[in-house]
Design a protein around this ligand. Sequence first.
Ligand SMILES: C[S@@+](CC[C@H](N)C(=O)[O-])C[C@H]1O[C@@H](n2cnc3c(N)ncnc32)[C@H](O)[C@@H]1O
Length: 262
Amino acid sequence: MIAEALEWLVTPCPLYVRRLGLLAESIAISARHRRCRRAWAPHLAATRQAILEAVARTPRRRTALIMGSGALHDVPIAELADAFERVLLVDLVHPWPARLRTRHLPQVTLVTDDVTGTLEAVARGEIVPARPFAPLSDPEVDLAVSLNLLSQIPSVPVRRLEGRVADSTLASAVQRLVNAHLSDLGLSRAATLLISDVERVVTDRDGLEIERTSLIAELPEPQADRSWWWDIAPAPEIDTRSSERRRVIARFVPSASGTESL
Ligand SMILES: C[S@@+](CC[C@H](N)C(=O)[O-])C[C@H]1O[C@@H](n2cnc3c(N)ncnc32)[C@H](O)[C@@H]1O
């Protein structure tokens, strides 16, 4: 607890990101990763593998854009730095372990930015339309990865604005934010890889389902090449009697008009 409080104090990030609880969440994710390392291993391996396969299928390798890089648990950073002239790691929080791991990689740049461009307003209690994320239209970007980030796009505004904005207004606003990120990816000329948890399932001790929730604002799931389970909180992580799993999907789209898939 003391180590986590200290981390909260010393991790550089914008004030609005702290206010939205994203720094606390990033610290909590890493703490959970330490506790659930074994349960998370297949998900992290599947994510890294999908990224490595996307790299192999991206013939031109100037800049790789990784959105949602966070603590780099699921990022094969050494391989990306070897393969690309430049790697841009985008997140609102770059924890110290990620800063230290990339310090000696001159190709890697940490970019602190919000892919939706809306969260500063959300922190003030307002909903504004998403703006296109400029690096996605940079012609130097050959591979763009949206990394376990899509599900956070609705959850952050909902947590902040629930009860302050009419439910129906909030529900449609977060759907527009999710769609805006997907369409940003779709419009990019780079090869794109979308990896996202899309559904949360809670099971009891016998493995029977007791709850199922959309993580992408009840929208239809994006088309996927593959999917797997992320055992994010096996009992007793949150509750001694139940476990939480998330279904994760991955979809690779080659640059411009190609049709190759994973
Ligand atoms: C579930 S984590 C992804 C896992 C991460 N790659 C890791 O290894 O820790 C999602 C990441 O997305 C970031 N994030 C959430 N909303 C964002 C936004 N609008 N713009 C940029 N990053 C965002 C969070 O700070 C978090 O680090």
